[in-house]
Write a protein of this length. Structure first.
Length: 302
């Protein structure tokens, strides 16, 4: 009997461990209510906890997720509310663990979505259903799929493709409801959900996605073993990214914008004092002109 109880205990523990590994996201959520009237705030007191529970208890893909969950920080600023209908801006930052470091992490994506309208009811039960449009959960699902796909791309070339395709299906479904933020018509280079997922699923950008893989595998993951070689590899990756932009694009790229929005400070810190290939700073400024001053200071050792 004792052996039977022990067996059952280990079986349950094993099942819990498998379920834990299968879930991809470890989300932390904060909510700012300063822009909505005081009388509406009571109704959304539990929204941060509800979103955390939803995101952390779902499986967004069929992948057997064996590594650590992806750390994701969500900051929500409620901008309006009336009768359980709210508008908000959503800021998301995801991270990726770096090989050879104890808890070392690198920001993979930093995204700001300014258009989110939804109905929220305290205590409502939310479940992941990619076949159903829900103004509250579909946007969260979309960005979690983007984050998972991007994370997969940082380990192996184009591994995120199937996950990006799932996100694209969500975009197509949501656009049929004429909801704000899901429009399929926009200016080239404009940061929209539709434009972003279209680039991520377009073969035209496969070359840049492969360079993102190299940035992590041949650069950041190698840094603790052979820093000099890792820096040279990163300088080469940046050069190849600049060549990609120069030779393959005729318009602004959402992927390139998003990549350097997440990476500018990391790149500045990484290349501080680097003199072997000074052309890397010229390439960085070409790729990310918004942060020209950052790269200029880095080249000067500031």
């Amino acid at each position: 009997m004792i052996k039977y109880v022990i067996f059952i205990t280990f079986l349950i523990a094993g099942l819990i461990a498998v379920e834990s590994r299968a879930q991809e996201i470890e989300a932390h959520v904060s909510v700012n209510m300063e822009q909505i009237p005081q009388e509406f705030r009571v109704s959304v007191n539990s929204i941060a906890g509800d979103i955390e529970r939803y995101l952390n208890s779902q499986r967004f893909t069929s992948i057997e997720w064996e590594g650590p969950r992806i750390p994701v920080d969500l900051s929500i600023a409620l901008t309006g509310g009336s009768r359980n209908v709210y508008s908000a801006q959503l800021f998301i930052a995801s991270k990726r663990f770096i090989a050879g470091t104890e808890g070392g992490q690198s920001i993979t994506l930093r995204l700001l979505d300014k258009t989110w309208s939804f109905e929220y009811n305290m205590g409502a039960n939310h479940s992941y259903n990619p076949q159903r449009y829900d103004p509250f959960t579909t946007l969260l699902d979309f960005y979690m799929l983007l984050i998972i796909g991007f994370d997969l791309d940082t380990y192996n070339e184009l591994d995120g493709t199937l996950v990006y395709e799932k996100a694209k299906l969500l975009t197509a479904m949501a656009s049929t409801y004429n909801a704000d933020g899901w429009e399929t018509i926009s200016n080239p280079g404009e940061f929209t959900r539709y434009n972003f997922i279209n680039e991520l699923t377009s073969f035209r950008f496969d070359g840049f996605r492969k360079l993102i893989t190299s940035y992590y595998v041949d650069g950041l993951d190698l840094m603790n073993k052979d820093r000099e070689q890792a820096l040279d590899n990163l300088a080469f990756v940046i050069q190849e990214m600049a060549d990609f932009k120069r030779n393959k694009l005729v318009e602004q790229s959402i992927i390139i914008q998003a990549f350097f929005e997440a990476k500018s400070l990391e790149l500045a810190e990484t290349f501080k004092g680097y003199t072997k290939h000074p052309s890397v700073f010229k390439d960085l400024i070409y790729l990310d002109p918004t942060n020209t001053a950052v790269y200029d200071d880095t080249q000067k050792g500031k």
